[in-house]
Design a protein. Structure first.
Length: 399
């Protein structure tokens, strides 16, 4: 098997091409391989809503695997993992545990093999059968590892790698912990890094699979097999009232990370013994919680904070950090690179299609599909886009 194909297989659980089994998609970079979708939108020709369902609160986005949509949300006094039929929107089963936090779950489910993994606001980590909704195992990572309390509860994302579930727990001596995905037993633990709200990703470093974790302190790159640390670099705001939330991006032997609150974006080359800075600034691409996408030689993302109302969509050269264009007051948005362009989901529930071009911002379609606040990341699977706001899950047909 070619090395790249093997790496893609290890990045997630075995999944068919149409699946979106985790946050940011199959390869955790916001990219979809789907083609020939319908982008011919105008005021008279809007994308069709196939179905919608009333759901609970939370900022955890949907994921899709094997024709099933999984949503982790707060319903009444419970945190509930619901399995919806992807074609009809009808619930197949619900898995409930006592709820925690006013906002509900923060991190998306992760589907790996026959299991769905979820983490709630209070640090309860559960493995659930994807077919039946029955509990496989459960752990209380806050009780076991005693991490410091976050501003929005526990919200670090989950990473699956070669049979292990890796999490930025944030405890002393257990900043990053790997659990056996089948049993929940601890496999290894490393660092004292406190927890962030970022979702880890994977990198091939010297032919070995490494977890790339953006903790509250900065970046940690460590061997997924044994937890041995390869690189560390500080990358965080000077003020305490801040978070690291975007997922790092890996490409061409380089690593990119971005944060807001005066931190900014930076690109490092993954050298033999350390991360070697290529460029770093707070003026190109400082993302508060959304993750940019890389298409060709350029990054596309939202520079600025949601709470200031001045977040701009920008195109940035990967190698230099040079801003090629900026669309002011675009708003914080989740991006998916698909079918030769980029799809944005804004906080106000609009879908915006624009060209992946460094020549300038070229919008090719816009549609209002949801009202209210839409902060959770969407999922794109088999020509359907699944997205949610505070109380509704919607399936939009893009075929």
């Amino acid at each position: 098997m070619p090395r790249l194909s093997l790496f893609a297989l290890l990045l997630t659980a075995p999944a068919i091409a149409a699946d979106w089994p985790q946050f940011l998609g199959p390869t955790r970079d916001g990219k979809s391989t789907e083609t020939k979708l319908n982008w011919g939108w105008d005021k008279q020709n809007q994308p069709a809503v196939a179905w919608s369902a009333e759901v609970g609160t939370g900022n955890a986005g949907p994921v899709v695997a094997g024709g099933v949509v999984y949503l982790w949300h707060r319903v009444g006094e419970d945190d509930v993992l619901t399995a919806f039929d992807a074609d009809t929107g009808k619930p197949k089963w619900n898995y409930k545990i006592p709820g925690a936090g006013r906002e509900g779950p923060q991190s998306a489910p992760l589907v790996a093999g026959d299991a769905v993994f979820v983490l709630n606001y209070a640090g309860k980590l559960h493995a659930v059968s994807a077919k039946t909704g029955e509990k496989i195992w459960a752990k209380d990572v806050v009780k076991e590892y005693a991490p410091p309390e976050g501003y929005f509860g526990v919200g670090a994302g989950l990473l699956f790698a070669d049979g292990k579930l890796i999490l930025n727990v944030g405890g002393k001596g257990a900043g990053i912990v790997a659990f056996d995905a089948a049993t929940g037993k601890e496999v290894w633990k490393a660092t004292d890094d406190p927890p962030s709200y970022s979702t880890p990703t994977l990198a091939d470093v010297g032919g070995q699979l490494h977890a790339v974790v953006f903790t509250r302190t900065g970046l940690v790159v460590l061997n997924a097999a044994d937890g041995k640390v390869k690189y560390t670099v500080r990358h965080r705001a000077q003020i305490d009232a801040s978070v690291n939330a975007a997922t790092p991006l890996i490409a061409e032997g380089h690593l990119f990370a971005t944060a807001s609150y005066g931190t900014g974006g930076a690109l490092w080359a993954m050298g033999k013994t350390e991360l070697e800075e290529v460029w770093a600034n707070d003026t190109s691409l400082s993302c508060q919680y959304d993750t940019p996408v890389k298409v060709g030689d350029y990054l596309y993302g939202v520079h600025g904070r949601q709470d200031t109302g001045a977040a701009a969509l920008v195109c940035v050269e990967w190698k230099t950090g040079a801003v090629k264009w900026s669309q002011k007051r675009f708003g914080v948005s989740h991006l998916i690179a698909v079918d030769g362009g980029i799809l944005a989901l804004t906080e106000s529930g609009e879908l915006v299609r624009f060209a992946a071009s460094a020549k300038g911002y070229e919008e090719t379609g816009r549609a209002k599909v949801l009202g209210g606040l839409t902060r959770a990341a969407p999922a794109l699977a088999d020509g359907r886009l699944y997205l949610r706001n505070e109380n509704k899950l919607v399936c939009v047909t893009l075929k």
